[in-house]
Design a protein around this ligand. Sequence first.
Ligand SMILES: Nc1nc2c(ncn2[C@@H]2O[C@H](COP(=O)(O)OP(=O)(O)OP(=O)(O)O)[C@@H](O)[C@H]2O)c(=O)[nH]1
Ligand SMILES: [Mg+2]
Length: 296
Amino acid sequence: MARVISLLEDGAADGRSVIRDLWPHTGRALTVGLTGPPGVGKSTLSAALVTFLRATGETVGVLSVDPSSPFTKGALLGDRIRLSDHFLDPGVYIRSMGTRGHLGGLAEATFLAMRVLDAAGKDAVLIETVGVGQSEIEVASVVDVVVLVLQPGSGDAVQALKAGVMEIPDVICVNKRDHPDAHAMRAELTRALSLSLATSRPPVVETDARDGSGVEELWATIVRRRDALGADGLAERRRQSLARELRTVAIARAAARIGVMLDGDAVVGEALARLDARALDPLAAVEVLYRAAFGE
Ligand SMILES: Nc1nc2c(ncn2[C@@H]2O[C@H](COP(=O)(O)OP(=O)(O)OP(=O)(O)O)[C@@H](O)[C@H]2O)c(=O)[nH]1
Ligand SMILES: [Mg+2]
């Protein structure tokens, strides 16, 4: 798995043929995205979920996606703590995904790595993404169930929910419930959700990831959300996810291609110079760039 994922991160041709062969064998795993602001306890929660799932006999893959940290090969999770308890367990696979130079970018590598773990037979695949912006939600939302993790006092995400700039997650987890402000947080959340225009309100679960309390309930809630979709609902959701995924990857590739042309293409360079000299207008220059990148 590690070697295949590395090939995919590098955009190697071998990785491509592996994905072609794996693809028909995917779709079995329950995929879950854990997203939320830095430091709310996503990694600790992943570890706690792994502990819980292993106790029930399920196998798990965890992908920790952090665009801000450059990928250092061989360094497993720079992400400290208890995930390391599971490194020796063959029923668990953990990998940190960072930015590498490849064209399709981090999102592409993450989407593909998720499928590798799925095809390898992991019952559950967890994807941890840092942040609450649209791009993190994008990476996290190609999964079956999106969990937004918050902690008492992290008002930004609640504001984002209230303002409707954040897609409504399937489940909200208030972690660090041992914190004295946990109840205030819950009240604030309930208020924010009551203002949102979404038709369905996500269930809110409270956890203490450090001692594992609430984690069983969190998982039960995740599974219930998936089951509530029904077979047709899940299939439809996955179809929509695939379309979003194609869009994300194609845009990343297109942007990379345009960047390459801007940096080094002779014709584009000449167009830029003429643009600067007012001998070419901006729209004409865009057309030159577009043709250089994508042909007609
Ligand atoms: N009190 C308390 N502390 C917690 C809990 N869960 C996690 N922590 C602590 O919160 C800190 C951050 O936890 P992480 O799991 O690294 O958080 P994260 O969201 O993965 O952080 P990033 O990956 O950096 O965004 C650590 O010191 C944890 O020990 C909890 O339920 N209660
Ligand atoms: Mg983390």
